[in-house]
Design a protein around this ligand. Structure first.
Ligand code: SF4
Length: 112
C-alpha cells in the first residue's frame, strides 16, 4: 500500500530515498499484521524513519482505519497502545439470540 504522506516523488533521487524507507524494505503486510509481535516489529522499524513525524501527522489527519503509521498503531482512526491478540475473551457476555419459535417448541416438548 502506498503511503499517502509521502506524496509523489519529484525526482529519481527522491524516489531512491523513498525506496530506502523501512516500510519499503520489508513486506508491507507487516504494517497491517494481525499478530501483536509483527505490529511491534513494524512500530520498531518506523523509529529510524526520517519521515516518521510527517507520516504520523498524515495518518492522524486522515484518521487511518488500521495499520502502523509513523511508529504508532491505528485502529479505527485512533492511536492505540497495543494490538489485542485474536481470540481474546469478551469483556462482557453476549446475550442469547432471541428465538421465540425454538423456546415455544421446547415448552411444548416439556409439557408432553
Ligand atoms: S514512519 Fe513507518 S510507515 Fe511511515 S514512512 Fe516511515 S517507515 Fe513507513
Amino acid at each position: 500500500m502506498a503511503n499517502p504522506a509521502l506524496g509523489a516523488p519529484e525526482s529519481l533521487e527522491r524516489q531512491a530515498e523513498l525506496d530506502e524507507l523501512p516500510c519499503r524494505l520489508v513486506d508491507p503486510e507487516v504494517f497491517f499484521a494481525e499478530s501483536p509481535l509483527d505490529v511491534e516489529h513494524a512500530k520498531a522499524l518506523c523509529q529510524s524513519c526520517p519521515l516518521k513525524t510527517a507520516c504520523l501527522a498524515g495518518a492522524l489527519e486522515r484518521r487511518e482505519p488500521w495499520g502502523v503509521w509513523g511508529g504508532e498503531l491505528f485502529v479505527q482512526g485512533e492511536v492505540v497502545a497495543r494490538k489485542r491478540p485474536r481470540g481474546r475473551p469478551r469483556k462482557y457476555p453476549v446475550a442469547e439470540p432471541y428465538a421465540p419459535a425454538a423456546s415455544a417448541r421446547r415448552g411444548q416438548e416439556a409439557a408432553a
